[in-house]
Design a binder for this molecule. Sequence first.
Ligand SMILES: Cc1cc2nc3c(=O)[nH]c(=O)nc-3n(C[C@H](O)[C@H](O)[C@H](O)COP(=O)(O)OP(=O)(O)OC[C@H]3O[C@@H](n4cnc5c(N)ncnc54)[C@H](O)[C@@H]3O)c2cc1C
Length: 430
Amino acid sequence: MRRVVVAGAGFGGLEAVTRLDAMFRGDPDVEILLLSDQNYLLFTPLLPQIASSYTDPRHIVQAVREIRGRRKYRFRREKVRAVDVANRRVMLDSEAVGYDALVLASGSRTEFFNTPGAKENCWDYKSLQQAVELREHIIDLCEHADHTADAAARRSMLTFVVVGGGYTGIELATEMRDFLFGYAAKKYRGIDASEIRLIVLEATPDILRGIDPHLAAHARKRLHVSGIETRTSTRVTRVLENSVEINGNETIPAGTIVWAAGVRASELIESLPGPHDRIGRAVVNAQLQLEGHPEVFVVGDSAAAVNAQEPPRVAPVAIEQGRVAAANIGHLWRGEPLESYQYASKGMLVSLGMNYAVVQIGGIRISGYFAWLFWNAVHLYKLVGLKKQLQVAGDWMLGLIFPRDSAIVREPRKCKLCEGKKKQLSAHGD
Ligand SMILES: Cc1cc2nc3c(=O)[nH]c(=O)nc-3n(C[C@H](O)[C@H](O)[C@H](O)COP(=O)(O)OP(=O)(O)OC[C@H]3O[C@@H](n4cnc5c(N)ncnc54)[C@H](O)[C@@H]3O)c2cc1C
């Protein structure tokens, strides 16, 4: 009996396990085991829409057991604590599990670049839980700003900073804009649209790096027109609880500071032997194998550049690498030559909130409403399963007809601005 272990039920891991299952379906001597600390696939391209209450959190996740269907692979919701590559086993909390081939697809985590105070005071935006928490926090601030008489305090509460002008930062900022200007400024009578400030801070001279410069310039203009300030060549040098310091000489008071400026490999990947790149990803060869361990494959956000051209950290790259890793396990066991991974861009699609997107596919570049329709169609198609497609399509259609939902369904995280407000009120016997 031979065992393949796949660690991580994200885009790369699920593609690998699905391909392996198809390859070894009729082979009773091969066991396939998927291990992941979460029992669902998170469809990250729609994560920004959680913060704006456009899409329901449960609609953008698909349980692994649903995705698996009738396939034979086994799934265990367990965190892989370490890999003992010398003895070919992965260490779980409860036991060690041996493997003959291993695919590591454990994704990435946020990198704060040692910016003082950033880790402690910024909102991280990588998981579903973080997205839900940020949504509740934004609504909580609106609730407090609505009846805060102190103009300076209200201004701080209504200043939102997104650090990072990449795809995630821009998509998140535009979703927040849709909620704040499109909903909060209308429904909260104590909030005036002119008091809301939404700022994107980007350290490099451009936003949306990697996309055609004309489209990036176009996107920047669109952000400006729709009320988002974009400050490029602006480095965050310190973050305090309710303010952000930029370029070491300017401070912006803000009730919300979201960090979307960088990622690094998961702790599991950083603990592997062999070379790593500057953000901790494992350096693998073109066949995605770990140096000195041909039976270990690393894919997706966990794998460092394998060719001259560094692939972006996006889902299509993880999916394609998951496919190549699975195919190579088959080739390895059959004594055949292995496939190399070659990055080929499938295009860039960036939503700029309601009714607007920029799209670049090959030589085609479009922006505006039709690009937005295209963005929606592609992401709906990419969602796993008809149920999720219908749920998200339903959310989108209802979002066109009805206002957003501002119900706070769980206790928001403590916020000093709001706490200060409560004390002030009780001091006045309110
Ligand atoms: C807000 C946001 C928006 C994005 N938007 C887009 C987009 O529009 N288009 C796009 O293409 N890409 C987008 N991305 C990037 C995309 O999500 C990643 O590139 C992609 O998910 C990488 O796939 P992966 O398989 O490497 O890792 P992931 O999909 O992150 O999966 C990793 C899995 O491993 C699990 N895991 C981690 N550590 C362990 C462990 N020790 N043991 C067991 N399991 C573990 C995790 O829980 C997770 O299930 C976005 C990312 C974010 C955060």
